[in-house]
Structure formats: C-alpha cells, structure tokens
Design a protein around this ligand. Structure first.
Ligand code: 0PR
Length: 385
C-alpha cells in the first residue's frame, strides 16, 4: 500500500486502464460463458443494498424478508409451495450446501459416517470440491450414448453408503437434461437424498415447458427431489454473485445448523457467514421486472439463436454432437482436431470453450450473443471449412 492517499480521479483512471483488458459481453465474442451482462435494473437495485449483511439477519430484517420472498418464488417456479433455502454466491456454493445437507441428514438418521455420492461424469466440478470438503467418496454413474445418466448403471452403484444422488438439468458442457423422473423414483424407493443441479437450466426449462417445448419434468413435482440448485446469475440475468439453493423441507437446513450465539439469530446453516443481501434484492427486482412472460421471451430468443446456429453449422458441414435441448451447441469439424479449430477461432477474436466429454467446440447462446454475432461467426467458420 502507498504511504500517502491517492487522488480519486487518478485511481479511477488507473482502474479504467486495467479494466480495458477485460472482455466485454456486448461485443458478442464470449462464446463459452454461462454468465452474461446483468440487466441494468438489477444492477441499480444491487448497489442500493450493498451494505446489507444477511449473516446477521436480525439487523437487516427487510432484506432477510426479501431473501425469503425470492426463495419462495423460485420454489414456486419449481412446483414447490413452501420452499426453504438461500440466495448464495453461485452454483458451487449451492451444490456444496445440498451435499452437506444430504451428508448430515444421512449421518443423523441413518448413521452413515463414510458416505458416498453418486454423480454422472457430466456433473460440474463443484461436486468434486463438495466431496473433498465433506470427506465423501465420489462414485460415478455412467452416461449413455446420448450423454445422459444411464439409469441402469446408476442403480448398480447404489450402496448402503450412498448419501446422495445427483442429476443435472442443463449440463455444463452440452445443456442436456438427465432422466430425472426415473432417477427420482429410484431415489424415493431407496430413501436416498436426490439433488438436481439446475444451475443453468432452472431459469429457462420451466418457462419453455409452459410454452410447449418438449422438455422433461425436473422439479419438485417429482416426490424424490429433495433440493435444486438454480442460479439467478446465469439465465436469470441477476448480477454476479447470485446462486440459489432450494430445499423441499426445513429439516435439510436444520441438519446443517451450527450455533451462532452472539448474533441476532441463534443458528446458521449457510456456509458463508457475512453474506450479501444485495444479491437477494437484485434477484427479487429482476424476477418481478421480467415476470414469467419476460423470462419466457428471453429463453425463446436464446433457443431461436441456438437452432439458427445448429442448422447453419450443419449446412456448412460441421458435425453437431447432439440436438440441443437448451441453449448450448457443441460441434466439431469432420476432419480437423477440435483444438486446432479452437485456435483458429481464437485467432479471429472469438473466445471459445472446448468441452471434455466429448471433446468439441461448445457455444453457450447467452443473452449477449445476438443473431448478427452468429452470422459473423458462421462466416468465419465457412472460411475455415
Ligand atoms: N452447476 C452447473 C450445471 C454449472 O454449469 C455450473 C457453472 C455450476 C454448477 C457452478 O456454478 P458457479 O460457477 O456459479 O459456482 N458453469 C459454468 C462453468 O463452470 C460457469 C461459467 C460461467 C463458466 C462463466 C465460464 C464463464 O465465463 O463452466
């Protein structure tokens, strides 16, 4: 740190210069991000609530009531009338909370002390962090030829140590939805905690289903589903950080509670202590501002772009990995290495992302990618072909 205070304008100028190194969503060149520019109204609200701390909710009763309302309305979006949970920093924290709830629940009610979690190969790496922190063993369920959980292989790996099964509604790499209805039945019959990671799909699948898109049911209308991760900072257009963890029952929060004697509430179930109220307020504002109609329009726009891209890639001769279910397209050149193609695109100024399972160029059609950007991209891909 410098000895002397620095002039505000000089600091701002320096920061402005550094900020220029960052990519800008508005340029439409960021192709592999699940985040996007937050809506200006959500940003405005976020700034107003910057000093609120939900770690000590008795001091911020208003903001705490906003968090409760957001959790309730995300729960309703997922077919649950009385939801419990929190607005947290993102999908990682939400998934860690879900797995912690499952582990503690199994420890308390089944006496399992050396638990296992069953996750598919397509699961986000946050579950590896969760298993590491919570001292759980990861058991992998195989994927079928369509890159979704193979239900038979999942049945095979269930054991008396299983504390949770995880399935995904909107996989990170391909945007696919696992056979959640079937898995929910299996989890319910075996009395095993079932967590659905809809960090990406949670803010689009419900609206697209209502509009008649042929997408499977994935939410609390299925008896076996115990918790769902849904991220407002992905498809919800809320500012970073905003993740959502929604539990079916309060007891899943109770089994994680630790004493917090000198605070305005006597127990705390979240991982983080001091935590943002601004995320809850901004999420509340943007959900009210869009309503179901607004989110449907957004999701439909992104799906239209997804189909436009997929169809035109095929016309040029590129190979699509799978028909998109949500707004992700993964593809390859018929006879060029994926990494070579990625490099060529990078050289042309595109920020690309390469998926691992299977190896492919992966494009997430977020709100910042407009049709005109796709037309430019397709021109470049035609040249490369
Ligand atoms: N669950 C799923 C299904 C996800 O796709 C992700 C993140 C998470 C959980 C974890 O969420 P947080 O990153 O909010 O903790 N998926 C993207 C990924 O890791 C996130 C991302 C966002 C990546 C923006 C890049 C980027 O520019 O690939």
């Amino acid at each position: 740190m410098d000895d002397k205070p620095m002039d505000k304008q000089d600091i701002l100028d320096e920061l402005e210069e550094i900020h220029k190194l960052d990519s800008d969503y508005a340029e439409g060149r960021i192709l592999g991000s699940m985040c996007t520019e937050a809506h200006p109204f959500a940003k405005e609200v976020y700034c107003k609530f910057l000093d609120t701390n939900l770690g000590d909710p008795g001091l911020f009763k208003g903001t705490k009531s906003i968090e409760n309302k957001v959790v309730k309305s995300i729960g309703e979006m997922l077919s649950l009338d009385n939801a419990y949970g929190n607005i947290v920093t993102g999908g990682t924290e939400a998934n860690i909370m879900a797995i912690r709830a499952a582990r503690n629940h199994a420890r308390k009610y089944k006496g399992i002390t050396d638990g296992e979690i069953i996750i598919p190969d397509s699961a986000h790496f946050s579950f590896k962090k969760a298993a590491d922190m919570l001292n759980l063993k990861i058991v992998e369920a195989k994927l079928d030829e369509n890159y979704k959980i193979d239900v038979e292989s999942l049945k095979d790996v269930i054991s008396d140590k299983t504390v949770a099964i995880v399935a995904i509604a909107g996989t990170t790499e391909l945007g696919l939805i696992d056979p959640i209805e079937e898995i929910s039945e299996i989890a319910f019959e075996n009395n095993i905690y079932f967590h659905v990671d809809a960090a990406f799909g949670g803010f689009s699948i419900p609206f697209l289903r209502q509009a008649g898109y042929d997408l499977p049911v994935f939410d609390f209308s299925l008896d076996g589903v115990c918790s769902i991760t849904v991220d407002p900072h992905k498809m919800g257009l809320a500012p970073i950080p905003a993740g959502g963890i929604i539990f079916r029952k309060e007891e899943y929060l109770d089994v994680m509670a630790v004493d917090s004697p000198y605070l305005t509430v006597k127990t705390q179930s979240t991982i983080v202590g001091t935590r943002l109220g601004a995320s809850s307020a901004a999420t509340y504002a943007i959900m009210k501002y869009f309503g179901k109609e607004g989110y449907l329009k957004l999701a439909q726009g992104m799906m239209n772009n997804t189909h436009f891209l997929a169809e035109n890639l095929k016309k040029i001769g590129y190979e699509i990995i799978c028909e998109p279910e949500l707004n992700i397209v993964a593809f390859n050149h018929p006879n060029m290495e994926t990494n070579e193609l990625a490099l060529k695109l990078e050289e042309l100024g595109w920020k690309v992302s390469v998926s691992k399972c299977p190896i492919a160029i992966r494009i997430v059609l977020m709100n910042h990618i407009k049709k005109s950007h796709l037309e430019e991209l397709l021109e470049d891909l035609k040249e490369i072909f």
